[in-house]
Write a protein that binds this ligand. Structure first.
Ligand code: 26V
Length: 823
């Protein structure tokens, strides 16, 4: 009953209201008359946190008592997005809290807007880790996410004069109520120095690593709650600190400034997230970050293992299964070997057995420049012991290869963990592949290409290790939280089961022919578009018409993603309007968003290009209301939640073979957008699922591109052979979009004309033609709505729950563990 409800765990509106006011007083130290919005946000966050902690502690206790097998997801990035709204959804308390706030005279939406999102990731890879944490908890799988607690996450983007400007992301400025620091949970991590070996009194060969520097990792824990279950898993992020004893030593020898410098150097390790940059390679601090969090994670696992009373580590792989999210944590393979062999005195063969059974590796890119490799001298000076271990792993591995392929020296060279062609490097993908029992790509096409290209020799060697795990996204954040209108409409018709069993969306199929339902469907979409239009007006002062077709391209800016192909298309439409000022044309709004890596010149120029074209078009009276172009600054999770629900058309236009999967494509389609896309990444499977007739396909296939290139791709022939394309390129070159400056966009146009690595010109015609079909269909609003409903109805496969179930069955071999709250 309400009377006995606990202030920290109760869920009635009355209790929530009381707990909230209590927290405002006793945690924020404020009374209502002087409280800021942020005070209210924090008071609410602590109220919600109490309810999380109840479930979290019970989960931890249960896992400990039952010695549950646990998934450890190692990732340098977790792009979580704001916690408050998501936790309210998963707790099932959204409406109750909304009402409690209303009764207090506050607006929940405004408080939600107060939260600074933890942007601890670049894009798809980090966001995938966050979706997977949500699904693991929802499926009641014991799991720990291990990563880095960056003090500064991905930079904030501002646009000045059309150019991107980077601002440091001070996300911890006003405190983080979602994390619990564990100042006593500290682990040492060594760097540099040298090794020496000796034979101990029992005749064992042993290696001692005498480091140059030791830092300590401090754990920061964030509970990750599942949807309407009691499971709350652990996200444990590590922050680097100076080791006390180092300070002390320096202090004793009188080197005060030396000690302070030491402290600063240690803390630098977790200062900032590196943006996916062209020049990541050779950044020593980046390698330090990677090793730092992997060492902390593995030491922590060993600590947990030993907590359950077991001393010898021979069953480590039975307690833990570790997923490597790309190669960023691949150093773990060598680190676990070091911990087992050097520190726990295990024989090499046994340690290697355990290591291989522990790890599995997910590859997320085929781009050659994105494949991680470290110069040998840098690697050896930072991690001298690991380099020795890698040599030994490699020696034994190549011996096995020799047995299978006698005399095939070229194959040995290709398979080696050490790249010896020219400067010598450690190839992290090879280390991950050799040290894992399972290797997967993130979409069917990607997994196939992986086997044919970057990991071809590994596939030939051990085909049984390879599988595909097509990515997925969590419907909790990407539908229920961000699109309440659609959620309500769907639930009215098919009940609420779909939120956990997304395949159930298929029950919507018959409703695609239901005119009344279609009308409601369109009205939900229109409402979402109106809200986005309002946001655009507030944010950048551009008025867009919510009745126009919202055509959206949001993702990191990269040449392979071909944002500039979409701009060529926009200029084509503009040219048509200039040619025929009275042309009847479907009114369209093109919305772009995305960050460029600060060191990636072309990507930054593409942002300037989009903004320059937008400026000219939005100002030109000839366009009237038929065409608008906007670039939304600072695209992030929060903005994604506004954008996906408001899209009519999702642009997924990467060059075939380059986008490993994409996950934005799934978020759009699940919110009722139709897709215009290439046969790349998961687009292939989305098209298969929703039906070819409900997907706007264009562009060369991987095979066609291969053939094009074999015959010598000459982009200028495409430009010269296509009058409209030529006019568009000439218009750009003429300085039309750059106040007469013919230099500004020259690198862009020249690149396309001469080299066009990503084959924009080859796909232009097909893109433009396809777009005509889009416009035609859009004119038939009933037809469009029908296709939109069918898209959603058939997108169930792309839930991250499905992906996680596959990982659990095929790779991790883990079962759910029910968490029961004490009565
Ligand atoms: C890294 C770099 C580093 C240097 C040069 C440019 C560059 C470009 C891309 C990357 C991405 C590395 C890994 C990654 O984030 N992959 C993304 O993973 C997503 C989740 O699986 C997937 O949906 C995206 O298609 C894939 O790009």
């Amino acid at each position: 009953t309400v009377l006995t409800e606990d202030d920290r765990t109760g869920t009635s509106i009355e209790t929530l209201r009381r707990a909230f006011m209590d927290n405002l007083f006793f945690i924020q130290g404020r009374f209502p008359e002087v409280a800021t919005k942020n005070d209210y946000y924090l008071a609410l966050a602590y109220t919600v946190r109490d309810r999380l902690l109840l479930r979290w502690l019970n989960s931890a206790k249960t896992y400990r008592d039952q010695e549950s097998r646990t998934v450890c997801y190692l990732s340098a990035e977790f792009l979580l997005g704001p916690h408050l709204g998501n936790n309210l959804i998963n707790l099932g308390l959204y409406e109750a809290v909304e009402e409690a706030m209303r009764q207090t005279g506050l607006n929940l939406k405004e408080l939600l807007d107060q939260e600074e999102e933890p942007g601890l990731g670049n894009g798809g890879l980090g966001r995938l880790a966050a979706c997977y944490m949500d699904s693991l908890a929802t499926l009641e799988i014991p799991a720990i996410g291990y990563g880095i607690r960056y003090e500064y996450g991905i930079f904030d983007q501002e646009i000045r004069d059309g150019w991107q400007v980077e601002i440091t992301d001070k996300w911890l400025r006003y405190g983080n109520p979602w994390e619990i620091p564990r100042p006593e949970l500290i682990l040492p991590v060594k760097f540099g120095g040298h090794t020496y070996s000796y034979t101990d009194d029992q005749g064992r060969y042993r290696v001692i690593w005498e480091p140059h520097q030791v830092v300590q990792g401090v754990a920061y824990d964030t509970p990750i709650l599942g949807y309407k279950v009691n499971t709350a898993n652990l996200l444990r992020l590590w922050r680097a600190e100076a080791v006390e004893s180092f300070d002390f030593q320096a202090f004793n020898t009188g080197d005060y400034y030396g000690a302070v410098n030491q402290k600063i150097a240690s803390e630098n390790i977790t200062k900032v997230l590196y943006p996916n940059d062209e020049q990541l390679q050779g950044k020593e601090l980046r390698l330090m970050q990677e090793y730092f969090f992997c060492s902390c994670a593995l030491q922590d696992m060993i600590r947990l293992y030993k907590q359950s009373g077991k001393q010898d580590l021979s069953r480590f792989h039975e307690k833990f299964t570790v997923q490597l999210n790309d190669t960023h944590p691949a150093i773990s393979v060598a680190e676990l070997m070091r911990l087992l062999v050097d520190e726990h005195l295990m024989p090499w063969e046994q340690a290697w057995d355990i290591t291989r059974q522990t790890f599995a590796y997910t590859n997320h890119t085929l781009l050659p420049e994105a494949l991680e490799k470290w110069p040998l001298d840098l690697f050896g000076s930072l991690l001298p012991r690991h380099l020795q271990i890698i040599y030994e792993i490699n020696r034994r591995f190549l011996d096995e290869v020799r047995l299978q392929y006698p005399g095939d020296n070229d194959r040995l060279r290709r398979l080696s963990i050490i790249d010896e062609s020219g400067c010598r490097y450690v190839r992290m993908a090879h280390l991950a592949a050799v040290g894992s029992h399972a290797i997967n790509g993130v979409a069917v096409l990607h997994s196939e290409l992986l086997k044919q290209t970057v990991l071809r020799d590994f596939y030939e060697l051990t085909p049984e290790k390879f599988s595909n795990k097509t990515n997925g996204v969590t419907p909790r954040r990407w539908m229920v939280l961000s699109n309440p209108g659609l959620t309500r409409l769907i639930t009215e018709r098919i009940g609420e089961d779909w939120v956990k069993h997304l395949d159930q969306l298929r029950q919507l199929e018959p409703l695609a022919a239901d005119a009344e339902f279609a009308a409601q469907w369109r009205s939900v979409k229109h409402g979402n578009k109106e809200r986005l239009a309002q946001y655009i007006r507030d944010r950048i002062g551009v008025t867009v018409d919510p009745h126009s077709l919202f055509s959206i391209l949001v993702k990191r800016i990269h040449e392979y993603k071909r944002q500039h192909l979409c701009v060529l298309k926009v200029i084509t439409l503009y040219q048509m309007l200039r040619d025929q000022p009275h042309l009847e044309m479907v009114p369209q709004t093109f919305i772009f968003g995305g960050k460029a890596a600060p060191g990636y010149y072309m990507a930054k120029l593409i942002i300037k290009f989009i903004n320059s074209v937008a400026d000219v078009i939005n100002r030109d009276p000839v366009v009237r209301d038929r065409l608008r172009v906007v670039f939304l600054p600072n695209y992030n999770v929060t903005l994604g939640q506004r954008v996906y629900p408001a899209a009519d058309l999702s642009q997924q236009i990467s060059t075939a073979g380059y986008e490993a999967s994409g996950t934005g494509n799934m978020k759009f389609a699940l919110n009722g957008a139709l897709t215009i896309g290439t046969l790349d990444g998961a687009n292939v499977e989305i098209r298969e699922a929703v039906g070819a007739e409900n997907f706007f396909l264009f562009g060369h296939t991987v095979e066609q591109l291969q053939e094009l290139r074999c015959n010598g791709y000459r982009p200028w022939e495409f430009a010269n052979g296509h009058p409209m394309l030529k006019r568009v390129l000439d218009l750009i070159s003429s300085g039309y979009f750059s106040h007469g400056d013919t230099e500004l966009f020259r690198p862009l146009v020249e690149h396309l004309w001469q080299d066009d690595r990503y084959c924009l010109l080859a796909d232009y015609q097909s893109y433009v033609d396809c777009y005509q079909r889009v416009l035609q269909v859009y004119q038939d609003q009933a037809q469009w709505a029908k296709m939109s409903i069918l898209n959603v109805a058939r997108m169930g496969k792309f839930s991250s729950d499905r992906a996680i179930r596959e990982y659990c069955q095929d790779i991790w071999h883990v079962q759910p563990v029910k968490i029961v709250l004490p009565a």
